[in-house]
Every structure is written in structure tokens, then in C-alpha cells.
Design a protein around this ligand. Sequence first.
Ligand code: UD1
Ligand code: BG6
Ligand code: NA
Length: 365
Amino acid sequence: KKGSYDHFMQKEIHEQPHSLTTTMRGRLKDGGVLLGGLKEHLKTIRRCRRVVFIGCGTSYNAALAARPFVEELTGIPVTMEVASDLLDRQGPIYREDTAVFVSQSGETADTLLALDYALENGALCVGITNTVGSTLSRKTHCGVHINAGCEIGVASTKAYTSQIVAMAMMALAIGSDQISSQGRRNAIISGLTRLPSCVSEVLKLDAEMKELASSLIDSESLLVFGRGYNYATALEGALKVKEVALMHSEGMLAGEMKHGPLALVDENLPIIVIATRDACFSKQQSVIQQLLSRKGRLIVMCSKGDASAVCPNGSCRVIEVPGVADCLQPVINIIPLQLLAYHLTVLRGFDVDQPRNLAKSVTTQ
Ligand code: UD1
Ligand code: BG6
Ligand code: NA
């Protein structure tokens, strides 16, 4: 089943050009988006007061990656809920809400309990899941199967990128009645069609990420700074490193750097800064300058050709990635971090597919 790969996680990382293709298959039509599972409900969703994203772990991070483009393309306010925290707070959910539940397995206990809670409160409940016939798929009013194929590695990789793409198509479908943003939607649709080949290209960084992993093997901690479209990339990259490589890692909002994290910076702590091209680029350039002036040990992820723009004095390690439409860039940017986490795990001698203490599907509270 693993074919020529040593581990399922490795296989699943490398099959993303294919899994993303199957996620989109038959759904991008005549320059528009057709999601069979949502089309009867689009009118209701467009009228809702807010979208509430609910999930756990990597699925929560995928929803966080989707938040900026859902807000932009639909104009509907989006709030984020970790499923267990919504339940702990018994947070308000209303009939006028669209609650979007994101879960690879469709069987995560907290997510399903949050679904029961949202159903009781009368919200329209939408599922984004990889598992046809799962409890989530059955109990939600409607939804989208991401069709990424079976995922076996406990650390989610291909499901993450397919979830983001499914939510991008969902946002395009909800926003499709807005004439003024047709040009923007067309650009994103053409970005989606280019995505599998861009993913193939970024996967060529495999050897470079293995080399980077070998330089980090003895680090105690790894920080990842992101913002805007790539705040979620920072959280998800750090989650991969901690869950499989068993190394402490935190994803952080770069905009919060001065409010605490800056105190940690010295010449030893490795810090990844995500600084690919988008509206936040110049802000990230200034974050890099401030980290360098405190002798930070930086690894900067930037768009192809931007190495000297992000690190003029050449003192950072640079990861150059291909560019796609800004809101889809998280799909590309997570891949080097998946590869890094994978190689770090192998080099540190830990179990890749069955990380210590973790389970693929957490079906109890
Ligand atoms: C469906 C078929 C697909 C077929 C295509 C042809 C299924 C599972 N899918 O795909 O095989 O090729 O039509 O047009 O038979 N749903 C939920 N909650 C979820 C996910 C989905 O309620 O979390 C519902 C949807 O609202 C929909 C149904 O499940 O009613 C199938 O969803 P999906 O597979 O995404 O629909 P299509 O892409 O149209
Ligand atoms: C578990 C898995 O913690 O559940 C994670 O180890 C996953 O990889 C999380 O992200 C949520 O799972 P699901 O199936 O609801 O997406
Ligand atoms: Na359903």
C-alpha cells in the first residue's frame, strides 16, 4: 500500500498533486464552481448572519486558512471555534448562523458533540469531510466531500490541503452572485487549476527540507511566524513538528511578536518566518529586520526570486516557493513544512505514522 515510500505520511505528502486534482474533479465548470452538495442551500447560506467554523487539530487549522477568503468572497463575518471550547463555553449559536464542521474522519467526538449542539440551536449545519457515510456527513444538513482518498498517517497532510481547496470552492460558490468580484473569482479559479502543478513543483524541495531538518535535529524548540493568509500555515506547520517529530513548536501571529514572543529570540532558537508575496509582505519584511537585529536564527519562506528582498544581508536560510493566487498560497506553503516535519521525525528516530500517544481518530472525549 505504501508503494515505493517508507511511510504513509511521506506517501500522502507526495500524492497531493493527485489528491487535490480529485478534490476539484468535476467541480470547476465553465469558469464557475459547481458543488452538488451545496447548490440547494446557497441561498440560505448567503442570507445567514455569520459563518462559524468548528473543528479540531489540523481540521481547525484548515478552517482558519479558509477564514480570510470566505470573509472576502462572501462578505459574511466568520468566527472560529475549537469544538471542545465551544462545548466548554456553551457559546451562543443561532438559527441565523451557518455552522461549518470540518473533519477528515467525520467521527471526531468533540466535533460531533458540537454538531449536535448546533443542530439543537437551529443553525444550518454544513460538513466538510473526507469520509462518505461518516456520522458528520450523515448528520449535517448538507456539505462537501473532499475526495482526497483514504488518509492513513495519523498526522493529517493531504486532507489539510484538500479541505482548504474544498472551502475555497465553497467560498466561490457562495460569493458567485456578486458581480463586482467576478474578476477576483476568475483569478482564484485559474489559481485552483494551476494548483496541482505548483504542488508538484514545491515537492521538489524534499531534499532541501531533509537538509534543513538535519540542521534542526538537536533543537529544543522551533517557532513559526505567519500572518494574514498564512497565520494558519504557521499553526499547522508547528502542529506537524510537535505531533510527529516530538519537538516543541509554536505557530504565532507575526503581528503579536512584540507582545511577548520577542523575549524568546536569541542566536540559538530557530524561527521560521513565512513571507511569501501578499498584502502583508512589507510587514513581514519589517518583522524579519527586527528579528535579525536581535540576532535571531531565521529560516525565511518567500516567493521565488525574493531571497534578497526578504534577507538583504544573506544571513537567513531561505526556502523559495512557487507563487499562486495569494489566498491559495497556504496550500503551497504548508508543503515544505510537512516535508520538514517528516524528515525531522525520521532523523530523530521517532515513529512517523503512529506518533506517541496520538490516534488518527479521537472518538472519545
Ligand atoms: C455526488 C456523488 C459523487 C458523484 C457526483 C456526480 C456521493 C457521496 N457523491 O458528488 O459520487 O460523482 O455527485 O454529480 O454520492 N453531504 C453532507 N455532509 C457532508 C458532506 C456531504 O450532508 O459533510 C451531502 C451533500 O450535501 C450531498 C451529498 O452528501 O447531498 C454528497 O456530497 P458530495 O459527495 O460532496 O456531492 P457531489 O460532489 O455532488
Ligand atoms: C486527531 C488527529 O487528533 O484528530 C489529527 O491525530 C486530526 O491529525 C484531529 O487533525 C481531528 O481529526 P478529524 O478527523 O476531525 O479531522
Ligand atoms: Na448530510
